[in-house]
Design a protein around this ligand. Structure first.
Ligand code: CMP
Length: 139
């Protein structure tokens, strides 16, 4: 089934000017970038986006990192896009990420791990709606 998933190219990627390199990996994997916008997240936006992690010890640092530099928010489309993008991203901790994955290629640490991708189709819908309207997405 054709799905849409939500992606963020994180501040460590914009800071190092490697968003194009990451997009190349995304596109080579067969994911289509059907919406994309560069945005500097406010603290309120980052806190809301990562609300599920509010009780985790790394929450404060996560919010600080996500608001330190601009990000690129994206909608990616493909057959089975949610699982496909998680495979392309690799494990959250780059030390555990498989060869050829975005995090293996580019991530600096578990916090500065270059990309975020939705963990389920349901969350993809919720996350996409935080940044894009239907009119923004051109499949
Ligand atoms: P992401 O997929 O954006 O979802 C939550 C983020 O928290 C995760 O990627 C990591 O970048 C960040 N993070 C920082 N420390 C940890 C940790 N110990 N465990 C999981 N995620 C962490």
């Amino acid at each position: 089934m054709t799905e849409r998933t939500f992606s963020i190219l994180k501040p460590d990627a914009t800071r190092r000017n490697i968003t194009g390199k990451i997009n190349a990996v995304i596109e080579e994997a067969g994911l289509r970038i059907v919406a994309q916008r560069r945005v500097h997240l406010t603290e309120a936006q980052a806190k809301k986006f990562y609300e599920v992690h509010a009780e985790r010890p790394f929450y404060g640092e996560l919010v600080a990192q996500m608001t330190a530099e601009p990000v690129v928010v994206q909608v990616l489309e493909a057959e089975g896009a949610v699982a496909k993008y998680r495979e392309v991203m690799g494990a959250t901790n780059p030390d555990n990420a498989a060869e050829g994955t975005i995090r293996k290629l580019f991530a600096l640490s578990i916090g500065e791990n270059s990309v975020h991708g939705s963990d389920s189709l349901e969350n993809a819908g919720i996350e996409i709606a935080q940044f894009f309207t239907d009119a923004d997405i051109v499949g």
